[in-house]
Design a binder for this molecule. Structure first.
Ligand SMILES: [Zn+2]
Length: 271
């Protein structure tokens, strides 16, 4: 069977509390032999590490998501280093910038443009710390970028000679994909690539060089067709991969071998 890694899932989320062992069995049966559980803050990262200790096929990434920065301490580098010391931690993240969900855009929040500016400044500080720790430890970064492509690239650029980044849940244009590749980075596709209205994502999926992309679910979100709207789970990477092979006009076996080599090259601690 063709093997794939789900490079981005949130196995610690409450959506999976009731049936995680069965979900992992379904993933294995579908050829998804490794899953990276991605942390969103220190507590979630610690839970991801605990899952990696319990289940042989689960690995962890540790970091602080830009959407959760209001709760972040001023300096969490020591805690992040300690978590990243675990041998099954394969990356730092998810980390990055998100200008889509700004405080003032939340209805009834009473927040202003000044609150948005403070929030964006905090995101920069939180992202910067993670880039520094990743570079120091020789780990790559899983990047969350939404409505903030240019500033995210500008923050990564000074680190591009020391670490690699994957733009997770990539929904950008082929031009943006080429910018990411210019940073020696990768893009990673979710089930969004299978959605009817996702022509831009498909054009990037078609244009991306064979050694510059990976797959993920972002479970519990973004289930690919034909599971759209349901809770997403790692087994669905198989549906996404089949679809992507069709878009690129290659066999699933050829695609699988290529993506597997890319994934293991990027996450070098994956066994
Ligand atoms: Zn995520």
């Amino acid at each position: 069977m063709d093997e794939f890694v789900d490079t981005h899932a949130h196995l610690d989320f409450p959506e999976f509390a009731a049936d995680l062992p069965a979900l992992l069995e379904r993933a294995t049966a579908s050829g998804i032999t490794r899953i990276i559980s991605v942390g969103c803050d220190l507590a979630s990262s610690a839970r991801a590490v605990a899952l990696a200790e319990r289940y042989p096929q689960v690995y962890a990434s540790v970091g602080w998501h830009p959407g959760y920065v209001e709760e972040a301490p001023a300096d969490f580098r020591a805690e992040l280093r300690a978590l990243a010391a675990h041998p099954k931690v394969v990356a730092i993240g998810e980390c990055g910038l998100d200008h889509y969900r700004l405080p003032s855009k939340v209805e009834g929040s009473g927040k202003t443009a000044a609150d948005d500016a403070a929030y964006q400044a905090k995101q920069i500080g939180v992202f910067q710390q993670q880039l520094e720790v990743a570079a120091e430890l020789g780990l790559n970064c899983i990047v969350h970028e939404r409505a903030a492509f240019e500033p995210t690239v500008a923050m990564i650029r000074p680190f591009a000679d020391r670490l690699r980044t994957v733009f997770h849940c990539f929904v950008g244009t082929p031009e943006q994909m080429r910018v990411v590749i210019g940073l020696n980075g990768l893009v990673s596709f979710t089930g969004i690539a299978t959605f009817k209205n996702a022509d831009v994502v498909r054009s990037s999926l078609l244009a991306v060089p064979a050694d510059r992309f990976m797959f993920e679910t972002d479970a519990p979100y973004l289930a690919p067709v034909p599971h759209r709207g349901k809770r997403c789970e790692p087994a669905f990477v198989a549906d996404l991969a089949r679809y992507a092979a069709g878009v690129r006009g290659v066999s699933l076996t050829e695609l699988g071998a290529q993506v597997q080599a890319t994934t293991r090259g990027f996450f070098s601690r994956l066994r």
